[in-house]
Write a protein that binds this ligand. Structure first.
Ligand code: SF4
Length: 183
């Protein structure tokens, strides 16, 4: 089976998933989108209202900011892969629970396995703590971490950067570091 077929099959599985109660309130599951051969994978927290309506990741205001950051490093959305820890929206955008994260984690692990990206960019504290453990964002951002066979890069979630203007410059500076690494 080709990697694309494997990814399509996994995403079909996600669209039918009822492994945690979030399937009841979601309008659409949001498996993620982008290239199956992407060198860069971006992982956010969970779908928000716009993502839930459209079934696409990062399409709201923070998505626009992420798209700008991605073009700033010389890539387009179709050349990377964008997803989140949870594939269904928590009601009122509340923080994902531990059990929701555990239920959904295998999907992200399989996406990582199929795509095998060079760098996985963790966007915000929930992505970081769900995947590589609890780190202090203020100390951890802007750096690369090798954990098992994967290389991770940590930065703040674009939504946080939009809420707090000081984070915006920090995120932009982090993406410059990422750009240098990709050269
Ligand atoms: S959040 Fe994940 S585990 Fe929960 S229903 Fe959605 S796809 Fe399934």
């Amino acid at each position: 089976m080709t990697r694309q077929k494997e990814l399509d099959r996994l995403h079909k599985e996600i669209t039918e998933c009822e492994k945690c109660p979030l399937y009841i309130s979601r309008k659409n599951p949001v498996p993620g989108e982008g290239s199956v051969t992407a060198k860069l994978m971006f992982v956010g927290e969970a779908p928000g209202a716009r993502e839930d309506e459209t079934g696409r990741p990062f399409v709201g205001r923070s998505g626009d900011f992420l798209t700008t950051l991605i073009s700033g490093i010389g890539l387009s959305r179709s050349e990377v892969f964008i997803t989140s820890v949870l594939k269904s929206r928590p009601p009122k955008n509340r923080t994902p629970t531990r059990s929701e994260i555990e239920a959904c984690r295998p999907y992200l692990e399989r996406q990582i396995e199929i795509i095998n990206p060079q760098i996985i960019v963790l966007l915000g504290g929930v992505a970081v703590s769900s995947i590589i453990g609890p780190w202090k964002m203020a100390e951890a951002h802007g750096k690369f971490y090798k954990v098992d066979k994967c290389t991770y890069f940590i930065t703040y979630h674009p939504a946080a950067a939009l809420r707090f203007p000081t984070f915006k410059d920090v995120v932009k500076a982090d993406f410059e570091i990422l750009k240098q690494e990709l050269r």
